[in-house]
Write a protein that binds this ligand. Structure first.
Ligand SMILES: Cc1cc2nc3c(=O)[nH]c(=O)nc-3n(C[C@H](O)[C@H](O)[C@H](O)COP(=O)(O)OP(=O)(O)OC[C@H]3O[C@@H](n4cnc5c(N)ncnc54)[C@H](O)[C@@H]3O)c2cc1C
Ligand code: SF4
Length: 323
C-alpha cells in the first residue's frame, strides 16, 4: 500500500481545495476507499477526512415536503430515521438490503453514491481493466462476468454500479448537491450525476476534481406503494444480481402511477421513463409488466455468465409489481 498524507478538513472550502490537488481523495466512512487502497487499486497520495465538517450529518424536512440528507449521514442513521421510514420506505429498505450492520454504521450517503464497482477484474490487479488501468482492455467481456451489466455498458466496460441506495434515489428523483474548489454549488439530478462508460469507463460521474457532495435532496414522495426487492447469491451481505425498486398506485386493477428502476444490471441505476409510461392505464398482470420490462431493457445483451439476468429482471419486476 502506498503511503499517504492525512488531513482533517475543518470546512467544505478547506476540503475541496485540498481534494482538488492531484492524487488527493476525500475520505468519509472509508469502507470502500480503504479496501481499494489496500489492494493498490486506489493509490491516493493524500486523504482529506471530511468527517469533522459541521452540518453534513443532518436530515431535515424541506418546506416543499421533501427532505435534505447531509452527505455524512450514515447509511444506518438514514435507514432508521422516522422521516425516511414513514415517507420513503423504499429508500430505507434499499439501504438495509446492502452490506452489513457494521458497514452501514460507517458508510455515508456521499460515499455510497460514489462507491466503485465490484467487477471481479477491477479488483484483480493482474487482469485487464479499462476502468482501473485505462487502455489495458476489459477482462470481463471475455472472462467471468456473472455480476456484470446487460444494459448501458460499452465495448470498453460492462461494470455495474453496486449501490442499492442509488436505485431508490433514482426512483425518488433525488438531486445531488455539490460544492467545488472555487465555492460554486451545483444541484445535479441523480440521472445526470452518473455517466455511462462509453470509451472512458474511468469516469463514472460528472464531478470535477475536488468537487464534493454536500448533500442529497429528495422531493416530496409520490403517491403509491413503495417496494425494493434484491435478488442475490446470499440472503445478506451480498451485492445484487438484480434489484428492483418501485412506487406504484393501482386502481380497479389498473396501474395509475408507476415508477421503477433496476440495480445490478447497468453502470448506473436503470430507470427508463418510457417503460413506466407504457404501464400507466394497463391491467396489473404479468403480460403488461413484462412488456414494460422489454422497453426498459431494450438492447439488453448478456455476455455469457450473466445471460440469466435478462429473464431474472423480468421475473423480479413481475414479482414486485404484480398482484
Ligand atoms: C463487504 C461489503 C459489502 C457491501 N455490500 C453493499 C451492498 O450490498 N449494497 C451497497 O449499496 N453497498 C454495499 N457496500 C458498499 C458500502 O455501502 C460502501 O462502501 C459505502 O457506502 C461507502 O461509503 P463510505 O462513506 O465508507 O465511502 P468512502 O469509502 O469513504 O468513499 C468512497 C468514495 O467516495 C468518495 N467520497 C466519499 N464521500 C464523499 C463526498 N462527500 N464528496 C465527494 N467524494 C466523496 C471517496 O473519495 C471515495 O472515492 C458493501 C461494502 C462492503 C465492504
Ligand atoms: S467491466 Fe469495466 S471494471 Fe470490469 S474489467 Fe471490464 S473495464 Fe474493468
Amino acid at each position: 500500500m502506498k503511503s499517504f498524507s492525512y488531513m482533517r478538513a475543518r470546512d467544505v472550502t478547506e476540503a475541496t481545495r485540498a481534494a482538488q490537488r492531484p492524487g488527493s481523495k476525500v475520505i468519509a466512512g472509508g469502507t470502500n476507499l480503504l479496501d481499494l487502497a489496500k489492494l493498490s487499486i486506489e493509490r491516493p497520495s493524500a486523504l482529506i477526512d471530511v468527517n469533522r465538517i459541521p452540518g453534513l450529518k443532518e436530515i431535515r424536512r424541506l418546506p416543499d415536503g421533501g427532505v435534505r440528507i447531509g452527505a455524512l449521514v450514515t447509511n444506518a442513521d438514514l435507514a432508521a430515521h422516522p422521516l425516511i421510514r414513514e415517507h420513503y420506505p423504499l429508500l430505507s429498505r434499499a439501504i438495509l438490503a446492502g452490506a452489513s450492520g457494521q458497514i452501514r454504521n460507517m458508510a455515508t450517503t456521499g460515499g455510497n453514491l460514489l462507491q466503485r464497482t465490484r467487477c471481479v477484474q477491477f479488483y484483480d490487479t493482474s487482469d485487464r481493466c479499462n476502468k482501473r488501468a485505462p487502455g489495458s482492455g476489459c477482462g470481463a467481456l471475455d472472462g467471468a462476468n456473472r455480476m456484470n451489466a446487460i444494459v448501458g455498458g460499452s465495448a470498453s466496460c460492462i461494470a455495474v454500479h453496486p449501490s442499492d441506495m442509488a436505485v431508490a434515489m433514482r426512483i425518488l428523483d433525488a438531486v445531488v448537491e455539490t460544492t467545488d474548489a472555487h465555492g460554486a454549488h451545483r444541484r445535479i439530478p441523480i440521472d445526470d450525476f452518473y455517466v455511462l462508460p462509453d470509451a472512458a469507463p474511468q469516469h463514472e460521474t460528472v464531478l470535477t476534481p475536488g468537487e464534493m457532495i454536500t448533500g442529497v435532496s429528495l422531493p416530496a414522495p409520490p403517491q403509491g406503494m413503495q417496494s425494493y426487492r434484491k435478488v442475490r447469491d446470499r440472503a445478506s451481505y451480498a451485492f445484487a444480481l438484480v434489484s428492483v425498486g418501485a412506487i406504484a398506485a393501482v386502481e380497479e386493477g389498473h396501474f395509475t402511477r408507476v415508477r421503477f428502476a433496476f440495480g445490478g444490471i447497468a453502470p448506473k441505476p436503470w430507470r427508463i421513463e418510457a417503460a413506466e409510461a407504457a404501464l400507466r392505464g394497463k391491467p396489473r398482470n404479468a403480460q403488461a409488466i413484462s412488456t414494460a420490462c422489454d422497453i426498459a431493457l431494450a438492447g439488453a445483451a448478456g455476455h455469457g455468465d450473466n445471460d440469466f439476468k435478462i429473464a431474472l429482471a423480468h421475473r423480479t419486476l413481475i414479482a414486485v409489481l404484480g398482484a
